[in-house]
Design a protein around this ligand. Structure first.
Ligand code: PLP
Length: 414
């Protein structure tokens, strides 16, 4: 169906009436106002809330923010970010893995969203396809369609509930029959919406698939690592980085890093696109073209956010405090995830394979109906294509334990 508009140019995009997640969250907040907070379970938003429903902000971040001097927030930042921020972003994303044999560069972006947008602008062609998994973060679709790219998917899981390497291999081959370059987005570890983390042997298989791609085809492998710091032991969860360093020269790996969750700085719009390039020329080209895209999209990135991150990085006390606070939150999330999974299993509710992070997902053929049924009970979840998403980041452990029973009742009734 061709959509008409009064004045706007549609340009092939399918633009919904409102953003799904923020729209349902608004409905939940409205109901909270009408019926009281205790009558509503709002499992929609990907922001960390404590057991009383209050936003968690790390005190180290709060302190660094309040100590900012005018020149640390008011001045324009360089287009690609301050040199100190770029270094801090690389250190934060790579952890102990220095990637010395590769040419690693960072460009500051507006959150992880800006990093993904910048990667798509520069490493895929108009009208061509970008590849991701069937379960995926919805904005991948908007980011690609806004820029006149198609989003194609392959099933994330195989019958054994592991990463579906066969489907990945087939889809890569299929798309590369039609085009000469391909941008692939893999959201791991602690995937949104399932909580899945691709394991090391699965990463080795991904490497094997990409090694088999003809050398004249160009691949951009974008690892969306928005939840990496909540995925488990910080070194262990970065175990895939040495595999990125072994990718063949026609593959350019990226890490899209977001400070929104990792620093509880959602509203400050801070992130970085990091390339792990095989040559200096490819790294220089990455910086030049990415900065051009940034300049054309939002111009300069937010200096205040960069100052906060570099302040924390260069101050041992603040940095250690952040690590301790984040570990506590990681443990809190793990406890919530475990409670939800155990209760779901007891109720016979199948969840998608969960490892860590902010979300769990439940497969269902009629997610809209289940979500609507739950809303009648004051429970808000996000219906997706293959099921629905529950944000364990925003509900307490005890709610995680009681919710699967209510979900089961709703599922049985539709
Ligand atoms: N990637 C995923 C999978 C996300 O869930 C999010 C945020 O919800 C982001 C990237 C980017 O977040 P932001 O732009 O707020 O940093």
């Amino acid at each position: 169906m061709i959509e008409n508009s009064y004045m706007v140019s549609i340009n092939g995009r399918k633009v919904p009436q409102k953003d799904k997640v923020f729209g349902i969250n608004k409905m939940a907040m409205q109901m909270e106002k009408e019926r009281g907070k205790e009558s509503v379970i709002n499992a929609t938003i990907g922001a960390l809330l404590d057991d009383n429903g209050e936003l968690i902000v790390f005190s180290s971040v709060d302190k660094a923010f309040k100590d900012l001097k005018p020149q640390e927030y008011a001045k324009y930042a360089p287009i690609g970010g301050t040199p100190e921020f770029r270094r801090a972003a690389i250190d934060a994303a790579l952890g102990d893995f220095s990637c010395e044999d590769r040419h690693v560069r960072a460009v500051a972006t507006m959150g992880g969203t800006g990093a993904i947008r910048t990667a798509i602008s520069n490493y895929s062609e108009y009208g061509e396809s970008v590849l991701t998994t069937d379960w995926h973060w919805n904005p991948y679709k908007s980011i690609t369609s806004e820029q006149d790219r198609n989003l194609e998917t392959f099933p994330l899981f195989d019958e054994e509930r592991n990463f579906n390497i066969k489907a990945f291999k087939m889809k890569v081959a299929d798309i590369l029959e039609r085009q000469n370059r391909l941008a692939i987005i893999l959201n791991t570890p602690a995937h949104n919406p399932t909580g899945y983390s691709i394991n090391i042997s699965e990463w080795e298989s991904i490497l094997n698939v990409l090694e088999d791609v003809r050398a004249d085809k160009k691949i951009a492998l974008i690892v969306d690592a928005a939840y990496i710091d909540y995925a488990g032991d910080e070194r262990e969860v970065r175990g895939f980085i040495p595999i990125l360093m072994r990718m063949p020269d026609n593959v350019i790996p990226f890490i899209a890093y977001s400070m929104s969750k990792t620093y509880t700085l959602y509203g400050m719009r801070c992130g970085a696109l990091i390339c792990i390039a095989p040559t200096e020329e490819i790294a220089d080209e990455f910086v030049r073209y990415s900065e051009f895209s940034c300049r054309a999209s939002w111009s300069n990135p937010v200096r205040a956010a960069q100052s906060i991150v570099t302040k924390i990085f260069n101050d041992n006390e603040l940095r250690e405090a952040l690590v301790v606070q984040r570990t506590d939150i990681r443990n809190m999330l793990a406890a919530r995830g475990k409670a939800f999974e155990e209760a779901a299993e007891k109720e016979g509710v199948l969840t998608e394979p969960f490892s860590a992070g902010f979300f769990c997902s439940i497969p269902h053929e009629n997610p809209e109906a289940v979500a609507e049924k739950l809303r009648e009970e004051g429970i808000f979840v996000i219906p997706l294509v293959h099921g629905f998403r529950v944000s364990i980041a925003s509900i307490s452990e005890s709610v995680c334990r009681s919710l699967p029973r209510k979900i089961k009742i709703a599922m049985d009734s539709v």
